[in-house]
Design a protein around this ligand. Structure first.
Ligand code: NAD
Length: 353
């Protein structure tokens, strides 16, 4: 198999190669591997540079940069969120990202991250649920059946042991698409006519809708004792999915409070409302689920460290999958100070008169 060469050329994973990489590794293996990488990085949380992501808002959406570093490696993701895009045949969320060597500042990987974000978001959700969901959970409601949803269902099957998914979307065509895509997955897939019907009998409720609004996808009376809510879609100021009453009676778990208070469901609460940081649950210094009746909420917004973990995972699996090309991203003059002189390499040949 091809391995990245150690020159100024940078390994690049296109969308086409990301699809090949996933098939060569296997989607379950990759979801489990990503969850493992994320958990490892959350266990060394204090070693990361952390900042709420840098967001540029517009009427229709947001464009965000998500940087972090562990002192040896730097990573960032460019990502957008434009709920109206799907009406014009475009994705709500697209992304690409980069890893770089801190010692030289040289990039070591450039990759598509639209598909990778769906995988890492699903892996993160399932990892959190491993600590927070009721024991022996088998049924999940999946509300919002767009681009992220199959990845969520498969991660919960592979990592949490979910066997049945109860689907609901305001657009029945989206639900039909998920049913088609999950046929043969081993999951028992049930299409529901309402969010209320979808949550009936569900141990875990995933909300993954896209609307730039303070929506009420789940009302307080829809959430029974003991449920775990995996709230994915509320990830921007003015964009939430849960009624505030649910938050007031739940125990709330977050990635990075400084970012979640701006973007997550908890933007509806006072700034000092108590939340638990997941890295502390993973390392045993904070408690996850404490009893069978507790309502737990993972107020997911997506944090830079998760993308860093996903980028690390891809970098570590490039060699075995061969799913990359090397691109000429960095100037490499023969004399590092003679950048101008390097232009001569591309000078048009002057034909003799
Ligand atoms: P998408 O546009 O492909 O799908 C969204 C789906 O939600 C659509 O099928 C739409 O019909 C449905 N929907 C909208 N309003 C609804 C309602 N009231 N009830 C039921 N269904 C409804 O978007 P996507 O890529 O699947 O992303 C979903 C959401 O997740 C977005 O808001 C996105 O910003 C967010 N997201 C969060 C993270 C994270 O880490 N937390 C990562 C990726 C995406």
């Amino acid at each position: 198999m091809q391995t990245p060469s150690n020159k100024a050329l940078v390994p690049f994973v296109s969308v086409d190669n990301m699809m090949k990489l996933i098939h060569r590794i296997g989607i379950d293996t990759m979801l489990i591997g990503l969850a493992d990488y994320i958990e490892q990085d959350f266990l060394r949380w204090p070693s990361f540079d952390k900042t709420p992501r840098v967001a540029s808002h517009s009427a229709e959406g947001v464009i965000e940069l998500m940087p972090t570093s562990d002192g040896a490696t730097y990573g960032f993701k460019y990502v957008n969120g434009h709920p109206k895009n799907t009406r014009g045949g475009l994705q709500t969320v697209t992304a690409f990202g980069l890893l770089a060597d801190v010692a030289t500042g040289y990039p070591v990987l450039l990759t598509e991250m639209t598909i990778l974000t769906a995988l890492r978001t699903a892996a993160m959700s399932a990892l959190a649920a491993k600590y927070l969901a009721p024991k022996n959970a088998t049924t999940m409601a999946m509300i919002g059946n767009g681009a992220q949803s199959e990845f969520q269902c498969l991660a919960f099957r592979a990592i949490v042991g979910i066997r049945t998914v109860r689907l609901y979307d305001i657009d029945p065509a989206a639900t039909a698409k998920v049913r088609r895509n999950l046929a043969g997955s081993g999951l028992n897939v049930i299409a529901c006519a309402s969010a209320q019907e979808a949550v009936t009998g569900a141990d875990i409720i995933t909300t993954c809708t896209a609307d730039k609004a303070n929506a009420t996808i789940l009302g307080d009376n829809m959430v029974g004792a003991g449920a775990h809510i995996n709230a994915i879609g509320g990830d921007c100021p003015g964009k939430t999915e849960l009624h505030a009453d649910i938050l007031h009676r739940a125990t709330i778990f977050v990635e990075y409070p400084e970012q979640t208070r701006i973007e997550g469901e908890i933007q509806q609460l006072s700034p000092d409302h108590p939340v638990t940081e997941l890295w502390q649950v993973f390392n045993g210094t904070a408690r996850g689920r404490q009893n069978a009746d507790q309502v737990t909420v993972f107020d997911s917004v997506g944090f830079a460290v998760e993308d860093f973990s996903a980028l690390r995972y891809v970098r570590d699996h490039l060699g075995e999958t061969g799913a990359f090309v090397e691109i000429d991203l960095l100037a490499d003059p023969d004399d590092p100070r003679d950048l101008f002189g390097m232009l001569g390499r591309a000078a048009p040949a002057i034909s003799a008169a």
